[in-house]
Write a protein that binds this ligand. Structure first.
Ligand SMILES: *[C@@H]1O[C@H](CO)[C@@H](O)[C@H](O)[C@H]1NC(C)=O
Ligand SMILES: *[C@@H]1O[C@H](CO)[C@@H](O)[C@H](O)[C@H]1NC(C)=O
Ligand SMILES: *[C@@H]1O[C@H](CO)[C@@H](O)[C@H](O)[C@H]1NC(C)=O
Ligand SMILES: *[C@@H]1O[C@H](CO)[C@@H](O)[C@H](O)[C@H]1NC(C)=O
Length: 434
């Protein structure tokens, strides 16, 4: 899907579509053996390919794409595995080759595929760039090599680091800046780069503890912030650790709503690259509510990637690994009801066509015309469209009560052509974000 924004004389106008652009799954295993001090025991690595002794990540991803319309996967791996335990070294061709098999299995599905270096901003207890032994240069070398390898793959995302924590955020942002510059200069000039903050990339403290402010200052070599995406994680259990079967929060009021405000104010977007829950009743309520919220705030949240499948057993407390029955993969109830359904069900009329074109002005009552040809498959009922307008100094929301004329124009082999004409009265929330 495309996310189209128009630049008007008065400021940037972006369309909030009815669901996030990217929905998918972490295909774990390359991270197995990693602890939060950045120690990764490579003998515990279980890359998620059955041919490499791990879970059937290739089959799972194909299933997720074909049956569930997922379009993004995150592929964790440790820094130690890629260099075969030699700090700062040239990547080990054997191990890189194995990781690349996972990457190719992902790319073969047509989905977006995120590299995730699962080291908690550390190598064996030492913080990158904040210790004498593990330097920024070593980390930049890792990313230069990876970016060079995948420079021509437009669907590869560069997830700089999994869950930094207990570090100085300003120094960490400086490290990330060097990595961004290196990735771009290695020829990966347009792909999305994911920028993670402190406290395990927590949505809950992203704004309050300064991660957002530090990370949005990072720029591409041309000075822009194009495709520099804030990387956010959040779990729903009592301590945000993702280790408990019970959920105690839906993360909306105390986490994602605060992040959404910050992103709107600063005209930026985030990807939730990890979120997951147990399969207890409380989680069916909270996880479904959270993901519905993310979908309905898709102007600032690009997507979410659930944790986790891949080499995880179906008995793992947060497992979303599908089971095989008669050669067919079947999703577990939590995956299907709270990860996939909130996204699939959000598909509606032309309003959810991400490329819808709206011509609006932030100062007057206008009629907006949206036309879009889309392959979305569910076209029923009325839809509610919201267009968020962000100018340099104010934020406004135009509420489109039910787009009229959003009915089917024609249907041919699953390709639905729809057009919607919506009339709205702009109702400014004033300078709420300023
Ligand atoms: C908050 O930021 C400070 C300074 O960067 C850091 O030392 C501390 O670990 C952070 N706390 C959390 C919970 O992220
Ligand atoms: C999604 O839609 C299906 C089919 O209409 C329905 O059974 C299910 O309850 C919906 N789920 C959610 C979370 O809205
Ligand atoms: C908002 O920004 C515009 C253009 O930058 C400027 O002309 C206008 O005076 C600003 N309004 C306020 C209230 O700051
Ligand atoms: C529908 O798809 C089938 C198979 O691809 C094709 O043979 C047929 O011509 C298509 N029909 C229309 C109306 O496009």
């Amino acid at each position: 899907m495309l996310f189209k924004s128009l630049l008007l004389a008065t400021g940037q106008v972006s369309l909030a579509i009815a669901k996030v652009q990217y929905m998918g799954m972490n295909i774990a295993g390359g991270d197995f053996g990693c602890a939060i001090d950045g120690t990764c025991t490579t003998s515990s690595t279980q890359l998620p390919l059955s041919t490499l002794g791990g879970g059937d990540g290739a089959g799972q991803m194909q299933h997720f794409v074909t049956d569930d319309q997922m379009n993004i996967f995150r592929l964790p791996v440790s820094w130690q595995f890629l260099t075969n335990n030699v700090l700062g070294a040239t990547l080990d061709s054997t191990n890189l080759g194995k990781y690349d098999q996972v990457m190719q299995a992902c790319l073969n599905t047509g989905a977006y595929c995120a590299i995730d270096i699962h080291n908690f901003a550390r190598w064996n207890g030492e913080i990158i760039g904040q210790s004498s032994t593990v330097t920024d240069d070593m980390f930049v070398s890792l990313w230069t090599q990876l970016a060079t390898k995948y420079a021509s793959q437009s669907k590869v995302l560069f997830g700089i680091m999994n869950e930094p924590h207990d570090l100085d955020i300003a120094t960490w942002a400086a490290t990330c800046q060097k990595v961004v510059t290196a990735i771009r200069n290695a020829g990966a000039s347009t792909q999305m780069i994911l920028l993670p903050g402190n406290n395990f990339a927590s949505a809950g403290t992203f704004v309050s503890n300064g991660s957002g402010a530090a990370l949005i200052a990072i720029t591409n070599p041309d000075g822009s912030t194009t495709n520099l995406i804030l990387d956010i994680h959040k779990y729903l259990d009592v301590d945000n650790s993702g280790t408990h079967a019970e959920c105690t929060t839906d993360n909306i009021a105390d986490a994602f709503a605060l992040v959404a405000d910050f992103l709107r104010t600063n005209s930026r977007q985030a990807l939730v690259s990890e979120t997951g829950a147990g399969s207890s009743a409380s989680c069916f309520t909270d996880f479904c509510a959270q993901n519905a919220y993310l979908n309905s705030n898709s102007d600032v949240f690009l997507g979410y990637i659930a944790w986790a499948a891949g080499s995880f057993a179906t008995s793992y407390v947060l497992s979303l690994t599908p089971t095989q029955t008669n050669g067919q993969y079947v999703d577990n109830a939590l995956a299907s009801q709270c990860v996939i359904a909130p996204w699939l069900n959000s598909t509606s009329t032309a309003s959810s066509a991400a490329g819808a074109v709206a011509t609006v002005s932030p100062t007057t009552t206008r009629t907006s015309i949206m036309t879009r040809t889309t392959t979305a498959s569910v076209f029923t009922g009325t839809s509610t469209v919201q267009i968020g307008i962000t100018t340099s100094n104010r934020t406004a929301t135009i509420g489109f009560a039910a787009a009229t004329g959003g009915a089917l124009a024609s249907t041919t082999n699953g390709t639905v052509k729809a057009s919607a004409t919506a009339t709205s009265t702009s109702s400014f929330t004033g300078e709420a974000h300023r």
